[in-house]
Design a protein. Structure first.
Length: 80
């Protein structure tokens, strides 16, 4: 029988744990973004319904921006 030597699986285990945490974090980030956008679109619909209409310009200009993560906070990416 061939001798393969000793191998420490601890590093591979740590790498696997780090990859799992990164995947979990991406899933959580995606959930928060989807949730925030859904709430923003619901609010936009309600706001548009309650906006007075003269020419319709004001009602048409309500928009929802993108959501981005900066550090530990989720912020809107404002329209410039």
């Amino acid at each position: 029988m061939a001798k393969w030597g000793n191998f420490d699986f601890g590093e591979l285990s740590r790498i696997a744990d780090n990859l799992k945490q990164a995947l979990d974090q991406r899933i959580i980030d995606g959930f928060f973004r989807d949730f925030l956008l859904e709430m923003a679109f619901r609010a936009e619909r309600k706001i548009k319904k309650r906006t007075p209409v003269d020419s319709g310009e004001l009602r048409r200009n309500w928009t929802v921006s993108r959501v981005e993560k900066h550090g530990n906070a989720y912020v809107e990416q404002g329209v410039q």
